[in-house]
Each structure stands twice: as C-alpha cells, then as structure tokens.
Ligand binder design. Structure first.
Ligand code: SAH
Ligand code: DHB
Ligand code: MG
Length: 226
C-alpha cells in the first residue's frame, strides 16, 4: 500500500533538491500541466527521477524503454540522459495520459527522441518482440503492478547482456514481503520476484526507499551474459 511520508523524509528530499537538483523548467512545467489535467500525482519524486537519469547515463543508454508514462515526468528525466541520436519509447494505456505526456515532451524539446506508444503494454511489448525491435539498454517498469511479472519477462526479451532494468514500487510499505498478503499489487510484485529468482540471466537487488512518496523501493536488475 502507499504510505504517508514522515515529515523528516519530506524535509530530506527538499534538502537533497536544494543541493543536487537544479531547477529545470521542463520538469516543473510537466508537473504543473499534469496537475492541471487532473492526472494522479504518482510520478517518481525528483530525487528518484535523478536516480533514473544517472543510472541510464551510467550504462550509456542509447535506447530506453519505459512501461507506464503517466504525464511523462520520468520520461523527461530519462530522455534527458540520452546521447545525441538516442531514442526513448514509453508505453501508456490511457489516451489522456498519453496526450498530456506528448505535450510535456514537446515543451521539453524532447519530442524528437521520445515517443509515447498507446495501448496495453503487454500487447505493445509482444508486438515489439515479434517485430524484432532493436534491444534496449535501459528499461523502467512502472505501470500496473499485477502485470509486472509479464513486463519483466518481455523486458528480458527486449534486452541484451548489460541492459539495466529498474522496477518501481516493489516494497509498498513492506507489504510485498508479507507471504500472506492479499493486496493484488503486492502479489504482482511477488510473482515478478519469483521470476527474478528463477531467471539466471538476471542479477538483482531491491533497495528500500523513503521520501515524499512514503516507504517504497526499487528493484534494480542487470541482464548478464549466459
Ligand atoms: N512513470 C511515470 C508514472 C507512471 S504511473 C512517472 O514516474 O512519471 C503508471 C502509468 O501506467 C499510468 O499512467 C497508467 O495509465 C499506466 N498503465 C496502467 N496500466 C497499463 C497497461 N496495462 N499498459 C500500459 N500502461 C498502463
Ligand atoms: C502509486 C505510486 C506509483 O509510483 C505508481 O507507479 C503507482 C501508484 C501510488 O502511490 O499509489
Ligand atoms: Mg511508480
């Protein structure tokens, strides 16, 4: 479940922002436009967006895949990590979210390198596998949690040794570690973790996080050679 943040977690995120997150009008106008369009405010936090950006740059990602666009806030952080000529594909089922994200990317000057594809992500990913889409260097999984296991599986099909896969919302206030949980979101993450455990091509860890989004975490999985 989503948790309410402790005041010190929020203060600390503000402190981090004051030292490490320079003001970026592309990001702040994307947040404002998303809010004005009444999109849910469930995007990654600024500090988490910066983490995604740094990880994508660290693996020199030239092709980035995102599953779950919302208003394109994380999309902007990631697309800004691309080198010249790089490409980002983000998948989104809600046409209204897609529309807001496209206008946010346009305003951020990233429309030439970041594309939002509309539809149920499992279908889009299967089309990409069947259509021999070139592999991705970095994948961010952040859509409906009940399909996380399928997303991970398809992401591995669209990856190569060295691809970094990052998955959001994998702790959920600790609910995911509860073997008796009936929370469908936690169950979705648990199914994905069973797949990770059984997949020799992946080496992974989960880092628990606190901050403005409460108590949650990321799984970071590296695709390794067979
Ligand atoms: N990555 C975004 C937040 C994504 S929120 C950010 O941090 O800025 C999750 C998004 O996944 C929502 O926009 C939701 O509409 C989308 N989504 C939910 N189910 C989906 C599905 N089956 N296929 C594709 N997108 C889906
Ligand atoms: C919530 C947060 C997320 O990061 C997400 O992808 C979906 C839902 C939430 O807090 O409800
Ligand atoms: Mg998320």
């Amino acid at each position: 479940m989503a948790t309410v943040p402790e005041p010190i977690w929020v203060e600390f995120d503000e402190y981090t922002a004051s030292r490490m997150l320079p003001h970026d009008p592309a990001l702040s106008s994307a947040l404002r436009a998303s809010q004005e369009a009444n999109l849910p405010s469930i995007q990654v936090s600024p500090a988490q967006g910066k983490l995604l950006h740094i990880l994508a740059r660290s693996v020199h990602a030239k092709r980035i895949l995102e599953i779950g666009t919302l208003g394109g806030y994380s999309t902007i952080w990631l697309a800004q990590a691309l080198p010249p000529g790089g490409r980002m594909v983000s998948l989104e089922i809600d046409p209204r979210h897609r529309e807001v994200a496209e206008s946010n990317l346009e305003r951020a000057g990233l429309a030439d390198r970041a594309e939002v594809r509309w539809g149920p992500a499992v279908d889009l990913l299967k089309e990409m596998v069947a259509g021999k889409e070139p592999s991705f260097d970095f994948v961010f999984i952040d859509a409906n949690k009940d399909a996380y296991s399928e997303y991970l599986d398809l992401a591995v099909h669209l990856a190569h040794p060295g691809t970094l896969i990052v998955i959001d919302n994998v702790v959920r206030g600790g609910a995911v570690a509860d073997a008796h949980t009936r929370d469908p979101l936690a169950l979705g993450v648990r199914r994905m973790n069973d797949r990770i455990a059984a997949e020799p091509r992946l080496t992974a860890t989960t880092v628990q996080t606190v901050g403005v989004k409460g108590y949650d975490g990321f799984t970071i999985a590296l695709v390794q050679g067979q």
